[in-house]
Each structure stands twice: as structure tokens, then as C-alpha cells.
Design a protein around this ligand. Sequence first.
Ligand code: SF4
Length: 485
Amino acid sequence: MTAGGVRVRRRTKRDGMALDPDSLGGSTVHNISLSVYDSCPSMDLSLSEYREYCEHRLSILKWLDNQDYTIPATKMAEKLKECDLFYNDVKDQVSHFMLIMGFCKDGEKREWLIRLERKLFELRWELASRNQRNMVRAQILSAEDNKKTVGNITSLNKEQCIQAGLSGKFPLPLFLPNATGPNEHRNLPVHKVPFSEVPDLVAHCSVYIQNGYAYVPDNRFKSVISGKYRAQLGKRAAKAAANLNKLSKGPGRRLISIIKQIGSLTRGPVFSGENSENILRSKDIPTAKAHFPPCMRQMESAFQRDKHLKHKGRLTYGKFLKGCGMTCDDQIEYYRGTFTKKMAGEKFNKEYKYGIRHHYGMEGNKKNYSPNGCESIISEAPGAGEYHGCPFRSFDKRNLTKLLRSLRINDHAMKPMLERAENGHFNLACRDYFAAINKGAMIKKKKMIDDIESTWSHPNNFYNASVLVHKADEEEGGTPMDTTS
Ligand code: SF4
């Protein structure tokens, strides 16, 4: 130990360290570092330095949380220059690992961190040089878990694209054999990737698809890399959560107070219409509800049956729909369309419209409220005629059985859910429900429930994960989910 600091010896190249902290940055126009953090740095730092790096990284992530993906590169570079975190590999890596440790124990915060770290990675990818990208690409694709997929990704140059008949196939441009077309440098090489690896690009028609492969232009290849990066982050966070207690037994115990404080330095994950991974339109709810978790399924069916929801139900369900990407106007219309089957439009406008606009941050204190996570929903005790709780918690065995049967869960799959609910493991019961309801799509994708990227602690996480599983399934010709209940 040093006075006021934790002494960790800086490794030298002779130690055989895979990643030299000083070797990554410094070679680009923006001079920014880009890393997949595949090894932990080793050096002397004071506790105040640890704290400072964490605060800087958190401030960038919070800022990013309010930005969309169309941030101009110059604006991004300017923002990152406000602190030298991303121009210094040691600070970058230390702050990354500290935040992972700080958030790994809390599902909602961990998911928030991973989403924002992925976004940060993608934006830095845009600023990085081709050499840096190649290096990161090699690191990501050569990771143990990706060995199977490396062989499935090939890169085609212009001649190979023309030979393969890809020239001009939308969205690829026409490649001219003897001339350089506009934006050619941005599209080449074209990467041939198993189509299930790029659900987001497929969903947005950003790739040409043939025989189960997506042909990804080079300027969109970051989506493949960042998807794998995200998966690695999830595993890293899970490992950190499992091993965090060991820290208290060594010299690293002095970091524990900072790690504990990290959680309170941020407001945690925020789902909103703007940062949803999917856009939900009210007219799609009859089919999209198949992706809802049981709490929101029961809310939707009560809403349609009673043509009404009480205050807490309206708020909880409304914020959930917002987190699925529904706009404020669309939600007003959706509520109006159902409420006015039993009441006059004027009454709806007078008594209910304000509440919807309020949680979108358009009235009153102008605060855009976040959708509730499982923790707060589970803690609710709905009264008579209310449906805003977690059915695994608030329903007795008989009613839970009835609900799960109505959601097409067979008795065999239901048994462990009922046991988990009975033992107070509501999130795990919900995870079992996800596995049962999405069984067909997951088998088709050769995925186990452990492969699904969700913390099982937020209804919007559940929804996004379900949409993702089925997006790929439907693209492969699978049958849509049953929405008849
Ligand atoms: Fe909803 Fe969470 Fe309960 Fe699942 S565990 S039903 S997502 S509150």
C-alpha cells in the first residue's frame, strides 16, 4: 500500500501482458483510444484518482444517455476531450473496470451501464483509425466464445462482390469494375455474416440477405462488433458480481468504499421512448403484447376488459409502453380509444390526458419519468380492481395458475414457476416464463435461457429480449407468437 493509495505494480512488456496500456492510443486523427478491455491494467493509483476517473466516466455515460446515435463525430470528440479519460488508456481501463464492479450487483444499473458502454464503444469506433478498428475487431472475434463464428465471417473486396453478384443489390451500391464509385470506400470491404448475428441491421433493412447470410457494408460492421462486445461485457459483469466478495480479502479492499459509492453517483438505468431498442405503435399492441411480461399482459387484458385502469395502473402501464418506444401522442390515442368505449371523449381529455403528458415530461415539473423496474412493481400491493403488481408476487397459487394457463403455459412448464413464486424468487419465475413462452424461437436459434441478454429485473428488458429473439426467428421464417389470450 502507498499512503492514501493502493499500490498495484505496473507491468512491463516482459511480464507478457497481453495489452500494453500505452500502445493503443495516439495513432488517429482524433487521437482517441479504443479498447475491448480484455485485460486489467496494473499500476499505482491513489484512491482519489480512482474516484476521479469513475466520476468522469459516469458523467460521459450520463450525457450519452440523453443523446441519440446521430451525434456528429466532431461533437462527440469535443465532449470526450472535456476529460482526458479516452485519450489515456490507463484511465480508460481503470474507470471501465471500476464501473463494472460498481454496477455488477444491481441488475437494472448493470443493464444501464452495458447499454451505455456499448453506445460509447460504437461512437468511439467512428472516431478510431482503421488500424485501431482492425486490432479491436481481431481481439473481439478471437475471443474464446466467438471462435465458432469467426470462420463464418468473411470479408469481400470489390472484385469478389462483383463476382458474387452483390453489386447494386440494395442497400449495396453499384460497384464499377474500372472506376471508383461514390462512397465506395465506406462500403468496402463487404462482410458476409450469418444473418442471425445482426438482427438490428436486418430489422432496419440495412443489409442485403442471401442464403442465410447478411452482407454488411464496412460502415455498418460496427454493429456486429459492438454486439459481440456487449455480450462480453455481460459476461464480465456477471463474473465481477460472482467474485466481488473476494476483493475484501486483499489489498483491493480499500477500493470497496469507492465501488459502493459508484452506485449512488448515477440515477441508474432509464428506459424512455427515445432510448428504446424498439418502437411500439398502439395499433401493434394486439400482436406485440405477446412479448410483454406477465405483469403487463394482465394489465393489458384488464384494460381491454374493463375499458379502464386505475391511477397506478395507468401510470405503470403507460410508462412501460413509453419504454417500448411508444410516443406520447400515440399513447393518448391508445388510452382514448379504449376509455371512450365507456366514457365521453371530453371527460377523457379533462381527466386522463394530462396524466399521460405529465409522465412524458410535457406538463407540471416537466420530468420524463422512467418506467418502473421489477423491484418497484414487486413491492406494490394492488388493491381491489387494481392490476399494477407483479403476478408472481401478488397472485395466490390458484390465480397465478389461472393466469399462466391463459398465457398458454402448460402444467409441466408451470410447476417450477409456481415453486419459484412460492419461494419468493419472482424474477426467476419470470425468467422461466420467458423460457417457456419463447421456447420455439430459442430452440430455432439454438439459444438457452442463459444466452438471453437480460437482467430479468425490468419489464422493458423482458420486452426487448423477447422482440429480439423473435425478430431473428420471424426473419428465418418462424411462426409468430400466439397472441390469442
Ligand atoms: Fe413483471 Fe418483473 Fe414480475 Fe416479470 S418479474 S412479471 S417483469 S414485475
